[in-house]
Design a protein around this ligand. Structure first.
Ligand code: HEC
Ligand code: HEC
Length: 383
């Protein structure tokens, strides 16, 4: 079948003046749902803070699900949906570029448009994968939590963010291409993506006829959803390898949480705890000394569950601390960088009083997790 064949009968509608049906209903719903979900995912990911991450996860997951369904439709859908009908060979791309603007009109995707479609689909899948990797490593949540170490968190989020910016760039190019091609062909392409129809003209290049198999498509997508849901559930339930220790012994709460919150062992490395526990008689200007046996017991527990043997993002932040006299975390460069955005006054006011009072803003501080989802800045007290 040549690419110049007449449109297949199934696309000749009852009223031919309405135009030639190019984009089937799935493609149209897919296209505009993808516009909506990608817009929400980009805004919530690039412009909004961590409190919007649930919306980011939902919209991003939805975009990936849409793309997966689109890929299935690319093998089971009607003529213009099929990859075999629009994925161009290298020669076709070169020929298309050489012909400049004088070439004939493709009713479906032209070779450059087709490359854009493939790049957008691939990039969105890549964003899904790197997003899961960042979530699993940095935040120890989701299906990859037990697989990827927290130390990879920064790298994955950087790749994810770079890919998001690349997607933004491609979207701008795509819009440019749509405007250019709408002008050149005198056909409103965004409207065609709503009605699905384009005016049929002499010399238009139609896609080779293909029969759609919607039942096969629905079964494949359902199967894919089921397998992904099972895989995600199974992987998400795997135990983490070295999470922050969850059980705090009573002797620690009794002896070390009288003057301040109970600092989790994963907030500093074993060597740093060693330094602190051997100098309790001069502990930040206070005498915090303990009977030798109690001190040894606490010291052993702290060092066993210290930052250098814990797999969590905050632990990786402080695992490299090399203090020779005890240092408070707020005096470290890492801590200052993280809290750059917080107004210095907030730390002095009630109910925080001290930068070391982590638990005033981090609801999960005593678990050692310091999740960005558990941060709340206390309200300014009303006089
Ligand atoms: C007599 C009161 C007192 C006792 C008891 C005490 N501390 Fe402290 N600790 C302080 C003070 C004061 C600071 C300085 C930071 C601040 O302003 O809260 C501090 C700071 C710390 C810090 C650094 C906080 C940071 O921001 O990184 C750690 C860790 C710590 N203490 C651990 C312990 C441990 C472990 C014990 C038990 C062996 C203990 N403390 C017992 C008074 C005490
Ligand atoms: C006045 C409130 C406040 C106090 C007190 C505070 N933090 Fe934070 N912390 C924040 C805020 C707000 C952020 C998020 C900053 C941002 O994203 O720009 C943050 C971010 C963090 C993060 C990064 C979380 C992530 O994964 O994105 C860590 C880790 C952290 N703080 C640890 C600590 C520790 C340890 C202490 C105590 C020694 C502490 N914080 C005390 C408000 C506070």
């Amino acid at each position: 079948m040549s690419a110049f064949s007449a449109p297949p009968d199934e696309y000749l509608q009852a009223n031919p003046r309405e135009g030639h049906l190019v984009w089937d209903r799935f493609i149209r719903v897919f296209h505009w749902s993808l516009v909506a979900s990608v817009t929400i995912a980009l805004i919530s990911g690039l412009a909004l803070d961590a409190t919007w991450s649930r919306l980011h996860l939902v919209s991003g997951t939805f975009a990936v699900a849409l793309v997966s369904a689109r890929i299935v439709w690319g093998f089971t859908g009607p003529a213009y949906a099929r990859f075999s009908g629009f994925v161009p060979s290298r020669q076709q791309v070169v020929a298309y570029l050489k012909r400049g603007t004088g070439h004939m009109r493709h009713l479906g995707h032209n070779p450059l448009g087709a490359l854009m479609v493939l790049a957008l689909l691939a990039l969105i899948l890549g964003l899904g994968a790197t997003g899961l990797a960042a979530l699993g490593s940095g935040l120890k949540t989701g299906p990859l939590a037990a697989i990827l170490p927290a130390s990879q968190g920064g790298v994955w989020s950087e790749i994810h963010e770079t890919a998001a910016l690349a997607l933004l760039g491609l979207i701008v190019l795509h819009l440019g291409g749509v405007i250019f091609e709408s002008r050149r062909s005198g056909e409103n392409l965004p409207r065609a993506m709503i009605t699905g129809r384009k005016a049929r003209r002499m010399g238009d290049i139609a896609a080779p006829a293909r029969t759609a198999h919607p039942i096969v498509a629905v079964l494949s997508v359902s199967g894919l959803l089921l397998v992904s849901a099972l895989a995600v559930t199974d992987l998400s339930q795997r135990p983490l390898s070295n999470p922050p220790v969850a059980v705090i012994p009573p002797v620690y709460s009794a002896e070390c949480a009288a003057c301040h919150m109970a600092y989790h062992p994963a907030t500093r490395p074993a060597a740093s705890w060693q330094v602190m526990m051997t100098g309790l008689q001069d502990h930040f200007g206070e005498d915090a000394s303990l009977p030798q046996e109690t001190a040894a017991q606490i010291s052993t527990w702290l060092r066993r569950h210290a930052a250098d043997t814990t797999d969590s993002k905050p632990a990786t932040l402080w695992a490299g601390l090399r203090d020779t006299t005890p240092v408070a975390l707020p005096d470290t460069a890492q801590w200052k960088r993280l809290h750059d955005s917080v107004d210095a006054d907030t730390f002095r006011r009630a109910p925080v009083y001290s930068r070391s009072n982590c638990v005033a803003c981090h609801a999960d501080a005593e678990t050692g997790w310091f999740s960005p989802f558990r941060i709340t800045l206390p309200k300014e007290p009303t006089p």
